[in-house]
Design a binder for this molecule. Structure first.
Ligand SMILES: [Fe+2]
Length: 344
């Protein structure tokens, strides 16, 4: 077995391959690491056949869809998953064959209704059903403490005590644990009476995870996160450095249009000398009047350098093929002490 554990912050993803056939499965990938998973598989001589989410994640952005599209392989989830893009929906006890490996799905609702654990030889990937020294929370959409009790005490905790437990989250880089270790020391598992366990879970009073609404929106729909949208725009756009733009504006480059896409009041208060204002919200409406010559060199800018990237990508799509975005924004320009102008 070829095994890689990839930690991204507290998220744990796993690439598991069959050494004989070089086929592999990727479990719980996170969106910022798409290149890393594909590069690791290539480095290890593996071809990924399945991309699996153990459940609908509420706390990070799943990369299953992006990787499945890039590699033309199925997204695998439990049959109760709300994600419309899940290609292969597993039921309890279903097996996936990955070369000589067998990955068995165990339906373990509780953290979410669509949670599953994945059993593979000497190890079990527990998603957020069982964590090292903890369990997944049950207060988010489709969570159910009574179901979690059954999934744990009448389910995975009855498996071989020597099984290695690899969870979807661990913030302390502990790698893995075993069923026996968790039974002995996991504080939540000491509540082995059902009502006691349910009461303990209901009294946890946890903060909502950061990005909860955006993570659920994207993971349940297959839509993009704002960061993904910005990254895609940035991948289609060249940039111009602050110092280069300053040099060109100082030289009074006649060919250059400095296009400030902030709102009018921000522009009026302070802008780069000679800049033209066309707010992002009016870009498509007024572009033909403000930029009649599509052969001009355009540099877009905004306050922080993000909206200007979207604007540059839109302009390039519209045929302004010499558009770049400022690498940075007005905040960076001001911090650098570069010249400013006010309207009026
Ligand atoms: Fe989760």
């Amino acid at each position: 077995m070829i095994f890689e554990q990839i930690a991204t912050g507290g998220c744990q993803s796993y690439l598991v391959g069959c050494a004989d056939s070089c086929s592999a499965v990727l479990i719980d990938p996170e969106i910022s690491q798409v290149d890393r998973y594909i590069a690791l598989a290539a480095r290890d001589g593996l071809r990924i056949h399945y991309v699996i989410d153990t459940h609908t994640h509420a706390d990070h952005f799943s990369a299953t869809r992006a990787i499945a599209q890039a590699l033309k392989v199925p997204v695998v989830m439990h049959r109760d998953s709300p994600a419309p893009f899940a290609d292969l929906r597993l039921q309890d006890a279903d097996l996936l064959r990955v070369g000589n490996l067998r990955v068995q799905a165990l339906h373990t609702p509780g953290h979410t209704a669509d949670s599953m654990c994945l059993l593979l030889d000497d190890r079990i990937f527990t998603g957020d059903t069982l964590l090292i020294g903890g369990t997944g929370r049950t207060d988010l959409p489709s969570g159910d403490p009574s179901a979690l009790y059954d999934s744990l005490f009448n389910g995975i905790l009855k498996l071989d005590p020597a099984l290695r437990v690899y969870p979807a989250h661990d913030y302390k880089q502990r790698g893995f644990t075993t069923i026996a270790q968790e039974l002995a020391s996991n504080p939540r598992l000491q509540h082995s009476d059902r009502l006691d366990f349910i009461q303990m879970m209901e009294q946890l009073d946890l903060n909502a995870p950061t990005h909860l609404t955006e993570a659920l929106r994207t993971n349940m729909s297959g839509g993009k996160s704002v960061a993904q949208l910005l990254a895609e725009a940035a991948s289609k756009t060249p940039f111009v450095s602050l110092s280069e733009l300053r040099a060109r504006t100082l030289a009074g480059s006649a060919d250059l249009v400095v296009l400030d896409v902030r709102e009018r009041d921000a522009f009026d208060a302070a802008h780069i000398p000679g800049a033209v204002n066309l707010p992002r919200g009016q870009l498509e409406l007024r572009v033909n009047d403000v930029l009649p010559d599509p052969t001009r060199r355009i540099v877009t800018l905004c306050q922080f350098g993000k909206v200007s990237t979207l604007a540059a990508a839109t302009l390039r799509e519209l045929g302004f093929l010499r558009t770049s975005a400022l690498d940075g924004g007005m905040t960076a320009w001001q911090e650098a002490g570069y010249p400013l102008e006010q309207t009026g």
